[in-house]
Ligand binder design. Structure first.
Ligand SMILES: CSCC[C@H](N)C(=O)N1CCC[C@H]1C(=O)O
Length: 359
């Protein structure tokens, strides 16, 4: 059964779905157009499994080369919402419960709502996350490639003389090294030196890396649409006693959580392994986020490895394990691996070493 048919099988009382380009669109159709969101581009799919793509003429060749189904192309001299109205009438999709892509631009959604009558909207991700949460062998292979790329980038980075470079320069170097090995970055790299490490999502700045800094390097690659996401914390010169202690606590907590991964365990149990270890060592209040997140076509997706998540981890699920300690004004440490459940056991996809590297 193809992925669109599987989606139809989950629709229950939904009449169908309106799906704009993005990771769900790619997962379901194999098309990954770099659409801007300005021009109407969507797949309309009804509960009978009938579908039509409405796309700007600019994408006609790309769609025809990669999509065997029905497609209508519109020019800049036309009103695409009139075309959409006709298609929705034909597919019986103007009334009732309709799924919409979560990331559809509001300017499209508002115009679409003007065409609908007696409708109720639902988020497409409620259904697609059920399909996407478990990866098949082909998807796992692509994720392994994405993970291999970030491991290689780490080994390349620690060969460089990073002292004196700014966080921004290191981030640009990471992006360059990823582009050499994969299709691009899966998110803007985080490079956080010294006290900046206490901000988990720090934006790289002009601050230069200097002796005594711990530096958090958090970055990811995309390979044929699939993401990796790795974090390593390194030292520039000799770190403080506090930094060394915090590093050891995180390394132990992260490794214990990775070791605990197996089929049948809940996400919150994995979170508790990492959080419990950090709390036992007295740093619990400095671990201010979840332990991890699912990884796939999106860098953040189901299953979330969080304190209250009852999700049971199953074969084929892929996620990160990334505890951190963030002491404001002083230091931050985070270590992250990507893990998949294969043959019932947790398998690390990222394999870069975790002993503290002192440059
Ligand atoms: C997509 S930007 C952040 C990437 C990073 N690896 C990450 O996912 N996190 C950093 C701190 C916590 C965690 C998160 O859940 O955002």
């Amino acid at each position: 059964m193809n992925r669109l048919d599987k989606l139809v099988g989950l629709m229950d009382d939904y009449m169908g779905a309106l799906i704009t380009p993005g990771t769900n669109f790619y997962y379901l159709t194999g098309l990954n157009p770099s659409a801007t969101g300005e021009r109407l581009f969507l797949l309309a799919l009804n509960r009978e499994g009938e579908s039509v793509i409405i796309a700007p003429k600019l994408y006609e060749n790309e769609v025809k080369e990669n999509w065997e189904g029905r497609a209508i192309f519109w020019g800049d001299d036309e009103n695409p919402y009139l075309i959409l109205k006709g298609v929705l009438d034909e597919l019986n999709l103007r009334r009732g419960k309709i799924l919409v892509e979560d990331t559809m631009p509001a300017m499209m959604l508002v115009k679409i709502e003007n065409i609908l009558m007696d409708y109720e909207l639902g988020l497409l991700s409620a259904l697609t996350s059920k399909l996407r949460i478990k990866k098949d062998r082909g998807e796992l292979k692509l994720m392994e490639k994405a993970a291999q790329a970030v491991d290689e980038v780490f080994y390349e980075l620690i060969e460089r003389d990073l002292e004196g470079m700014s966080e921004k320069q290191v981030a640009a170097l990471i992006e360059y090294l990823i582009n050499e090995r994969a299709d691009g970055i899966s998110f803007e790299p985080i490079v956080a030196a010294g006290e900046n490490g206490a901000n988990p999502h720090h934006t790289p700045s002009d601050r230069k890396l200097k002796k005594g800094d711990l530096v958090i390097l958090d970055y990811g690659a995309k390979y044929k649409g699939y993401c990796s996401d790795i974090t390593r914390t390194i030292a520039i010169g000799k770190p403080s006693e506090l930094a060394l202690e915090v590093y050891d606590v995180i390394k132990e907590a992260q490794e214990r959580a990775v070791q605990a991964v197996r089929e049948g365990i809940t996400a919150k149990e994995i979170d508790a392994v990492a959080r419990g270890e950090i709390t036992k060592k007295g740093y619990g209040k400095y671990f201010i986020h979840r332990t991890g997140h699912g990884l796939g076509l999106d860098v953040h997706e189901e299953p979330y490895i969080a304190q209250h998540s009852e999700t049971i981890l199953e074969e084929g699920m892929t996620f990160t394990i990334e505890p951190g300690i963030y002491i404001p004004g002083k230091v931050g440490v985070r270590i992250e691996d990507d893990v998949a459940i294969i043959n019932g056991k947790g398998k690390r996809l990222t394999k870069a070493g975790k002993e503290l590297i002192v440059l």
